[in-house]
Design a protein around this ligand. Structure first.
Ligand code: GLY
Length: 423
């Protein structure tokens, strides 16, 4: 009897010790190893010459006017100007460090360093992050959080030094120059016909402000972040928790119009916008403990889980796009959603968020979305969509799809207490 008890304890202990990793985790190792090989090969392409290092953004795709018109049910707007020297199938590098996506490749290198512990990725991450140092003085966009928190923010977490906190604080100081107290929002864009445009993506820049508030002890950054989140909560959402893309305000704070820029229609659900909203309000709850944000995040999560009807949970580029085999997916929206759902799981312990994120990650790690090593111009994931109405980056790899995929894998490993070395 005693032996049997000892044996069963041993068995239970044995199961407990190995339960963190299961045979079905092969997809995870495959995802990380493939991403590592892809990022390594990408670092071999980023040095243009002795003085210039480039930041990869996507792969240039062609578009067909009739196809876009059919997807939109209306005429398409206009394509982005052709980048000199960039042809279909070639890498599209950020044209300057002020491209809104410039922080994602450095950020992916940081996550790969964190996932694998391989110092090669740390050295590359430092080199590519340092390129963005001049962005700290920029005031021309709201995207400063994306650019600087994904790069320098991860640098501060993983290789802290005295220079990084001042860089992030200066960036936050510049971001809040775009805040209008009468409107209660940070202005998104300086182009276009709108009086004061705010896009749902802007919720992603608040994490930088929360962080700098905590680091500096100055509550002003957090106050602005909270005010922006509250104004957006009031004006950006429909009753089903779906989000408009663009809300423009008059100077007195009233709404001038609600529109789309990258979605199918003003009233449609642009897929990445819903993912930004989920991530943004989940972050706001984590940072403030205010359950209004948690309720919003849960409602957005329910919307996503209900309205994404594809078998693999990787959405069409817009939830209201035609349900056709040729309709482009947006793997970036799926990756952002997975990351946000994993955070929501951490905050609520509700397994439905974990299960949904796991489903997305397993599918993104399948050959349908995960590039085979040496292909896809060095990007990790295939099948994202940048801006279909502009004929831009349709069914293309995107640096932010890769970034949020790697971020999600890291969160997933942490939740399951997995170590790459034991996979
Ligand atoms: N922030 C721009 C985009 O999501 O495409």
């Amino acid at each position: 009897m005693k032996n049997r008890i000892l044996l069963s304890s041993w068995l239970i202990l044995g199961i407990a010790c190995t339960s963190a990793k299961t045979e079905t985790d092969d997809w995870l190792k495959k995802g990380i190893d493939t991403a590592a090989a892809q990022l390594k090969s990408m670092t071999e392409k980023t040095r243009a010459n002795a003085d210039t290092i480039l930041l990869p953004r996507s792969v240039r795709t062609t578009f067909d006017t009739a196809f876009i018109t059919h997807q939109l049910g209306r005429a398409f707007q206009e394509s982005e100007p052709e980048i000199p020297g960039s042809k279909t199938g070639e890498i599209r590098f950020c044209s300057t460090i002020y491209d809104w996506t410039s922080g994602f490749f450095p950020g992916s290198l940081w996550y790969m360093y964190e996932l694998t512990g391989n110092d090669f990725f740390k050295e590359q991450a430092i080199m590519h992050t340092n390129l963005l140092n001049p962005v700290k003085t920029h005031t021309g966009t709201h995207d400063l959080g994306f650019m600087m928190f994904c790069s320098f923010g991860n640098a501060e977490r993983l290789a802290r030094n005295d220079t990084i906190a001042p860089i992030l604080q200066q960036t936050a100081d510049n971001l809040i120059t775009r805040f209008d107290p009468n409107i209660g929002c940070i202005r998104s864009w300086d182009f276009g016909p709108w009086n004061f445009p705010v896009i749902i993506d802007n919720m992603m820049n608040l994490e930088l402000l929360f962080h700098v508030s905590r680091q500096s002890g100055n509550p002003e950054y957090k106050r602005i972040a909270v005010t922006h989140a509250n104004t957006t909560l009031k004006h950006h959402f429909r009753p089903d928790a779906s989000s408009f893309h663009v809300v423009s305000y008059r100077n007195d704070g009233s709404v001038e119009c609600r529109q789309t820029f990258q979605g199918k229609a003003n009233e449609s659900c642009w897929a990445r916008g819903q993912a930004w909203a989920l991530y943004g309000y989940t972050t706001c709850f984590r940072e403030t403990g205010d359950t209004t944000y948690l309720d919003m995040a849960k409602n957005i999560a329910t919307l996503i889980m209900t309205r994404v009807t594809t078998d693999d949970a990787v959405p069409f580029w817009d939830y209201d796009a035609p349900d056709l085999p040729e309709t482009p997916r947006d793997a970036s929206a799926a990756a952002i959603t997975a990351s946000a759902m994993l955070s929501l799981y951490r905050l609520t312990s509700d397994s439905k968020y974990f299960d949904y994120a796991e489903k997305i990650l397993k599918n993104l790690s399948s050959p349908v979305y995960l590039a085979s090593a040496g292909s896809n111009q060095g990007f990790v994931l295939k099948h994202s969509t940048g801006s279909l109405p502009h004929g831009s980056e349709i069914d293309s790899p995107l640096n932010y799809a890769d970034y949020y995929y790697l971020e999600s894998l890291k969160k997933y490993m942490d939740i399951r207490n997995l170590d790459y070395k034991n996979l």
